[in-house]
Design a binder for this molecule. Structure first.
Ligand code: NAD
Length: 335
């Protein structure tokens, strides 16, 4: 068995998923960190992390040579600062999505990753959701023929989540949460080359941006798509995703125990759908951490590196710009 990866976990609300993922992958937890003493104590007690390993300021971790890797799950506005400082102090970093909120901050992270050569992975966790992994396999094996249309949605009620850093207009719902659906479509289909979006604002008066956005997407090579983001929706969380191909159609989401596959038969018609059972695991932090740890140990690149995370934010920024200006926008993927 290889040497245990020593990791620090920074930000301990959603970051507890990173902590659990790291523990279940056999990592050694060198430190946990949160600026809120209650969050620090709660996570420490819940996971049996002794007091001497609990720190309130991430800067206490920068000079520590015993820490190889760090995970970052603090408010999105701080992602670039912490990621850059950690990379420059020699740590490998798994940073939550979205990589950053502005192109300038994104460029800072890419530069730090390039200059240090450390693993910099963006936590686009939907790529480890079993139903979406299965969808990717079916598409790649030609199971639905050539894709001509794909849509995904991010519908998640933020009613009790937005009275904080999420109300910042820079953290528009399309960038903060909708990036999951945008990244999923980029992964399954490719990069949208042009987007056109409309927004509505009816459910979250406490935020200064639209709480619902729909975008039509034009991909390369005769392929079109759609993204719908609602952060005030009155329903359970879903990322319902449909992919239409020339030989079949896939319907799946991250919260359903089954997915549906239509495949055309000899007569060219798809009569009976197949129901495929899938594990429901919409925050597969164990698999995500495993990929991170494997990349560090093997020296191989990660799929969701800083440039890949940057492209997802670029597509989201284009959607927001289109919904505000009423014009079609071509995402700028060059950083
Ligand atoms: N992948 C997912 O599905 C998913 C789900 C939820 C949140 N997230 C992401 O995780 C991150 C955190 O979200 P959250 O819901 O946990 O937010 P939160 O506000 O509930 O918690 C953030 C925590 O970070 C701490 N913190 C803030 N600044 C800090 C700093 N400089 N140093 C140390 N600790 C600091 C806060 O005290 C708090 O405990 C965000 O980037 C969010 O987008 C991802």
């Amino acid at each position: 068995m290889g040497k245990k990866l020593t990791a620090a976990i920074i930000g301990l609300k959603f970051g507890m998923a990173h902590l659990e993922g790291a523990l279940r992958c056999g990592a050694e937890i060198a430190a946990i960190c949160d600026s809120d003493p209650d969050a620090l104590r709660f996570a420490g007690e819940k996971y049996g992390i002794p007091e001497e390993k609990r720190v309130s300021d991430y800067r206490q971790l920068l000079g520590r040579t015993d820490i190889e890797a760090a995970t970052v799950a603090v408010p999105d506005q701080q992602h670039s600062l912490l990621t850059c400082e950690l990379l420059r102090s020699g740590k490998h970093v798994l940073c939550e999505k979205p990589l950053a909120l502005t192109r300038e901050d994104i460029r800072d992270v890419i530069r730090a990753a390039d200059e240090t050569g450390r693993t910099c992975m963006v936590g686009q966790i939907c790529r480890y959701t079993p139903a979406f992994e299965k969808a990717k396999q079916i598409i790649a094996s030609g199971g639905i023929g050539e894709v001509y249309f794909a849509e995904s949605e991010y519908a998640h009620d933020y009613m009790y989540l937005v009275d904080n850093w999420r109300a910042d207009p820079k953290r528009h719902g399309v960038i903060g949460g909708g990036c999951h659906a945008v990244d999923l479509l980029r992964w399954l289909v490719g990069d949208p080359q042009e987007v056109f979006a409309y927004g509505a604002h009816k459910l979250l008066p406490q935020v200064p941006y639209d709480d619902a956005t729909v975008a039509v997407l034009k991909f390369d090579e005769n392929v079109i798509g759609k993204v719908f983001v609602s952060t005030g929706c009155k329903r359970d969380y879903t990322m319902r995703t449909l992919v239409y191909g020339t030989k079949g159609t896939l319907i799946c989401d991250n919260t359903s125990p089954t997915m549906t596959l239509f495949v055309a038969g000899a007569d060219g018609m798809a009569h009976e759908p197949q129901t495929i059972p899938v594990e429901v695991n919409n925050h597969n932090a164990v698999r995500e951490f495993e990929v991170f740890a494997d990349a560090i140990r093997s020296g191989k690149p990660v799929e969701t590196d800083a440039r890949e995370g940057a492209k997802t934010v670029a597509a989201c920024l284009a959607i927001v710009e289109s919904s505000v200006t009423g014009r079609a926008v071509r995402p700028d993927y060059v950083f």
